[in-house]
Design a protein around this ligand. Structure first.
Ligand code: B12
Ligand code: SF4
Ligand code: SF4
Length: 357
């Protein structure tokens, strides 16, 4: 983004544009946060880093200042647009329950051990191109618009911005939850040179997003942090005790970290916890009542790109355990499984086979 150009737009004009463009590009939610802005949970993030709850995910240590303030990277940034795109409508009751064995259960395909977010095409590609589609549509009206589009991998606290922009609330499992859609949502952002006239007070989180394919629970009049109430299901269900009600998630204990991000073996003490799990972990979302309710609702379907890829059913766990790098590349290059590298997938599959024997 060029360093010195900002353009103005009316808040309601942006609302109209998002309402027109988001459905065309398969986006469920969109909102805006004026920059620079004070992040209410910046301290939570700093503590998380300081207490080593990042679990050795080194990319989280890189330039934390930029993560807290996008204008450090893009001085002309005036508005951060944040988008949500569903990949599952809740966690259906007939989904093989990972707590009960997932892919380890007899008769289940190996994909039952893959977290739902990773069963289709790579969401980075799908969501980024959807957001770019919205930006391109906006540019037809305002050619001077500039935007840096990012999903997941950029230095942005995406859940924090999503909450500020009114997309949902924080669960005790740390996920961003929408009252009707649940937490099966990917988040992405566009850091733009827009300055919005008539935008709400930046110091306050918004109660509703600018655009929602499905509105939040009741009409939400005031933003709130969480709607977990007295529920602690996710804390109780997490098999490694990775969730702390005060401190959030400890990535060094999270199965997701071990099965996706790390290269070594799952530590001995967590081995029984990962039973039946091949890649990622959904346990703290599967048990969440917001997701169970979402699964029973009549909601518009998610983008077909997030459906299970039937072509992989021809391969079994035993094939994955010895899969050559070349086949891994061919099959999984454009999927989230790419993240764990061929050796990670072989390792995970071997562990599951050992469990079964
Ligand atoms: C590092 C990372 C991980 C790590 C650490 C996760 C973590 N909770 O921090 C690991 C590898 C474990 C992981 C796992 C998963 N991840 Co991840 N991950 C990220 C990443 C890259 C950074 C997260 C981060 O900044 N962590 C630092 C902590 C401190 O931040 P935070 O948890 O977001 O919390 C902040 C706020 O949300 C707020 N907050 C959070 N919870 C609460 C609760 C209360 C009560 C309060 C007051 C505040 C609060 O305070 C924090 C500071 O601002 C983001 C993408 C991004 N750029 O943001 C994706 C992201 C969070 N992951 C995502 C997904 C889908 C997953 C998995 C579901 C994948 C899977 N099935 O295996 C799991 C979910 C595990 C879980 N329960 O969080 C989505 C989440 C979407 C959503 N609806 O929330 C994101 C946003 C990616 C995306 N673009 O869609 N992930
Ligand atoms: S993703 Fe799994 S291991 Fe990680 S916090 Fe949730 S339940 Fe625990
Ligand atoms: S399981 Fe309960 S405590 Fe955990 S996020 Fe869902 S509602 Fe909140």
């Amino acid at each position: 983004m060029a360093a010195d150009t900002q353009i103005s737009m009316e808040w309601n004009q942006l609302r109209g544009l998002l309402a027109e463009l988001c459905p065309v590009h398969g986006l469920d939610l969109a909102g805006a946060v004026a920059l620079p802005c004070r992040l209410p949970h910046a301290e939570r993030f700093r503590d998380w880093l300081q207490q080593d709850r990042h679990g050795g995910l080194d990319y989280m240590l890189r330039d934390p200042g930029a993560r807290l303030d996008p204008t450090r990277r893009d001085p002309a940034a005036g508005t951060l647009l944040v988008f949500g795109q569903g990949y599952t409508r809740g966690w259906p009751a007939d989904d093989p329950d990972p707590v009960a064995g997932g892919a380890g259960r007899t008769g289940q395909p190996w994909t039952a051990g893959v977290a739902r977010y990773a069963r289709g095409r790579d969401y980075h590609d799908v969501l980024r191109s959807a957001i770019k589609g919205v930006v391109a549509g906006m540019k037809e009206l305002r050619p001077e618009l500039q935007a840096r589009v990012s999903c997941d991998s950029g230095p942005y606290l995406e859940r924090e911005y999503a909450w500020l922009a009114g997309l949902g609330f924080f669960g005790r499992n740390t996920c961003l939850i929408h009252e009707r859609l649940g937490s099966g949502l990917f988040l992405g952002v566009a850091v733009t040179n827009l300055v919005l006239d008539g935008a709400p007070d930046t110091a306050e989180p918004q109660a509703e997003p600018l655009y929602a394919a499905v509105p939040r629970r009741l009409r939400v009049h005031k933003a709130y942090l969480t709607a977990c109430g007295s529920c602690t299901r996710c804390l109780d269900a997490c098999p490694t005790g990775a969730l702390d009600p005060e401190l959030g998630l400890d990535a060094s204990a999270c199965i997701s970290t071990w099965t996706i991000e790390k290269r070594g073996q799952v530590p001995e003490h967590s081995r029984s916890a990962t039973r039946g799990i091949l890649f990622g972990c959904d346990i703290c979302q599967t048990v969440c009542p917001w997701n169970q309710r979402a699964a029973g609702r009549d909601l518009p379907p998610v983008d077909a790109a997030y459906g299970t890829m039937p072509e992989h059913a021809e391969r079994g766990l035993a094939d994955l355990a010895v899969m050559e790098d070349e086949e891994f590349r061919r099959r999984f290059r454009r999927t989230p499984l790419w993240r764990c590298h061929p050796e990670g997938l072989r390792r995970n599959a071997q562990r599951l086979l050992e469990e079964k024997s």
